[in-house]
Design a protein around this ligand. Structure first.
Ligand code: RAM
Length: 380
């Protein structure tokens, strides 16, 4: 298990990673491999392979795309800086791989069925591919399956649906690793790793948040976390107003609360705003997954001492490249398949793993010593 110092060191080392990764989707890409971090943040279950077995090496394709037609991007909801950053990467990818991206999604998160009409419309309009972040894995699965049956390539990104309902899931980072990171941040910021903590999540059925919360709970079975007591888990639906109200309620209901853990960029920002405005800095810490630019002020003033995320621009770029590869037929989306996406991952191949999943990479840790650089490199 990493300690606070080693996580800090990893965060600093990752400045180089992010600078490289960010430039990877720029018009003139830098393809030099990033300097490896001395202490990895997590140990990914499935990582892009460093060297493929000789027999499989010939099968590695380099995605070129060259597609035409519509690619519909369906995030959980519109108006979220996180998904807007993903869409920046998607638009960059469209200039490299072809196709015409557009975004269509519910105005607000939290409704398990709200994405279904957007999936159905894209299917009716014969989109070549859809890129979906699931608000609810189960509710949208039949609409995704119907889209696939009509020849639409279905790429999940950020938050997954049910295996079988999609072609490939582009996961941002190893799920267990994100859960460990959340537990560790709570431990780092609670006094001597003790006291009451609460979770402010996104939608109640969000696949990604629920998987991360479960992984966090698994990590906290370790005796190292025995002093932490989870007193509540609440849901702000990735809506700023709902998230603010939930953070206020948590603080009022739990006067001994030491940490709010928010595994959502909308929730962590709302929680930080509430803690800062109530002058509770140093009494209630906010940690979680947040966008660097929005969280910078709160990281610097100590409201949110540690926050994690990944290069969301690269996540969108990679997801679109996968969609283009599926549409062009360069890849089929089968487990074990390997492919290279030029400018991403230092030219190393990705391998489609269990549940047709690939992983972008390790999350990045933001703290007061590195946030200025991250906020510059990742302007979202
Ligand atoms: C919110 C969304 C998204 C999640 C990020 C961290 O923007 O819930 O799905 O990945 O937070």
């Amino acid at each position: 298990m990493f300690n606070r110092l080693s996580r800090f060191a990893a965060g600093i080392a990752l400045v180089a990673v992010v600078a490289s990764a960010c430039s990877s989707t720029a018009a003139t890409p830098t393809v030099a491999p990033a300097t490896p971090a001395p202490t990895p943040v997590v140990t990914p279950v499935v990582t892009p392979v460093a060297s493929a077995p000789a027999s499989a090496a010939a099968a590695v394709v380099t995605i070129k795309g060259g597609i035409t037609g519509s690619v519909v991007v369906i995030p959980k909801n519109l108006g979220n800086a996180y998904f807007d950053a993903g869409y920046v990467g998607i638009q960059k990818a469209a200039t490299a791989f072809g196709g015409t991206p557009s975004q269509a999604a519910p105005a607000k998160g939290g409704d398990p069925t709200a994405q279904i009409p957007f999936i159905q419309t894209a299917t009716t309009q014969k989109a070549k591919a859809i890129l979906v972040s699931a608000e609810d894995a189960t509710a949208i699965a039949p609409a995704l399956t119907a889209a696939k049956a009509q020849g639409v390539k279905v790429v999940m990104w950020d938050s997954n649906s049910k295996p079988g309902a999609y072609d490939v899931f582009v996961n941002q980072a190893d799920t267990a690793g994100i859960g460990k990171g959340l537990a560790q941040m709570a431990c780092d910021t609670a006094p001597s790793c003790t006291g009451e903590i609460a979770i402010l999540s996104a939608g109640q059925t969000a696949t990604n948040q629920n998987a991360w919360i479960a992984a966090m709970a698994e990590t906290m079975k370790d005796t190292k976390f025995a002093g932490l007591k989870l007193v509540a888990t609440v849901y702000g639906n990735d809506a700023p107003a709902d998230s603010t109200a939930q953070a206020q309620t948590l603080i009022a209901a739990h006067p001994n609360l030491k940490v709010i853990v928010s595994p959502t960029s909308v929730g962590v920002l709302a929680a930080a705003q509430v803690v800062q405005s109530k002058k509770l800095i140093g009494k209630v810490a906010v940690v979680g997954l947040g966008t660097p630019k929005a969280m910078q002020a709160y990281i610097l003033d100590g409201t949110a001492p540690e926050v994690e995320l990944w290069n969301t621009i690269d996540l969108g770029y990679l997801a679109y490249a996968v969609a283009a590869g599926l549409v062009s037929g360069e890849i089929k989306g089968t487990v074990g398949e390997q492919f290279i996406v030029p400018t991403i991952n230092g030219g190393k191949p990705y391998t489609i793993g269990a549940d047709n999943t690939i992983i972008l990479g390790d999350p990045l840790i933001f703290n007061k010593d590195n946030i200025a650089q991250f906020a510059k490199d990742l302007p979202f």
